[in-house]
Ligand binder design. Structure first.
Ligand code: NAD
Length: 259
């Protein structure tokens, strides 16, 4: 997009302090939006606010400490965005943590509940709080939810993460159906392997393998995903609703290929 597609709009980006969320904050600001970051990483969020100012957009990004697993925090995040910028037009429910552990070795308190609370409950909280604000404003608005290829296929040691991300796709479809009468669109994205701090924790060998699984043999840059999210949030994507937009550079297609 060339700039100005989100002029006058106010967006929340959860997990906006890093990776895909950070890149999306910058893409949305470049398109004219004002953005509130909701994140538990206060230093990271502050850095993104400063980056936006350095890039010539002072005062367009605000940061709120919000843990998406907490319903009061997410309600507070929406309230503070409205206080700061007057309204809310876009909710990007993107905050997430990885979760991988062999099923038989699971401790539910360590390997199940924390991931579900952030990756699934967090999206539920974001959908509910944003939708209520959109309706209170008279309708309209866009919700984009970050799922994953793990929500679309089985993954080794991804029992909990995959369930959460599949749940995000289900939330997206059902929310789009229930909220359509208020003019609200709801869309999910499924990144494949994106070069963010989540992947930086893995070895070079594993990163190379993950890159090889995408059709062009490369990891996706967070900025490439951000570009799609900014488009989905804009009125140009008005026909896209209740569905999944793949941003996986062909991962799912590659896995399902015929000989
Ligand atoms: P990242 O670690 O760079 O960013 C995640 C952000 O979420 C961080 O800023 C972190 O502080 C924040 N966060 C974590 N827990 C939180 C909480 N409880 N409340 C609020 N904020 C919280 O990772 P990323 O790769 O940019 O991931 C963003 C989203 O994309 C996640 O939902 C992830 O599951 C999904 N995803 C990533 C990939 C990938 O390859 N990187 C692939 C598929 C899906």
């Amino acid at each position: 997009m060339s700039g100005g597609e989100l002029e006058g709009k106010v967006a929340i980006v959860t997990g906006g302090a890093s990776g895909i969320g950070r890149a999306t904050v910058h893409a949305m600001v470049r398109e004219g939006a004002r953005v509130v970051i909701g994140d538990v990483d206060e230093d990271g969020a502050r850095r993104v606010v400063e980056e936006a100012a350095e890039q010539g957009h002072p005062g367009t990004v605000a940061a709120v400490h919000a843990d998406v697993s907490s319903w009061p925090d997410v309600q507070g995040l929406v309230a503070q965005a409205v206080d700061a910028f007057g309204r809310l037009d876009v909710m990007f429910n993107n905050a997430g943590i990885p979760g991988g552990f062999p099923l038989l070795d699971h401790d539910p308190e360590k390997h199940y509940h924390p991931v579900m609370r952030i990756d699934l409950d967090g999206v539920y909280h974001g959908i509910l709080a944003a939708a209520r604000q959109f309706v209170a404003q008279g309708g309209g608005g866009v919700i984009v939810n970050t799922s994953s290829i793990y929500g679309q296929s089985a993954g080794e040691r991804a029992f909990t993460y995959g369930a959460a991300k599949a749940g995000v796709i289900s939330f997206t479809r059902s929310a789009a159906m229930e909220l359509a009468e208020h003019g609200i669109r709801v869309v999910a994205i499924t990144p494949g392997r994106a070069r963010t701090p989540i992947l930086a924790r893995f070895s070079d060998e594993l990163n190379a393998f993950m890159a090889s699984e995408q059709l062009r043999g490369r990891l996706t840059e967070p900025e490439e995903i951000a570009e799609v999210v900014a488009f989905l949030a804009s009125d140009r994507a008005n026909a896209i609703n209740g569905t999944v937009v793949s941003v996986d550079d062909g991962y799912i297609a590659f896995k399902n290929r015929l000989p």
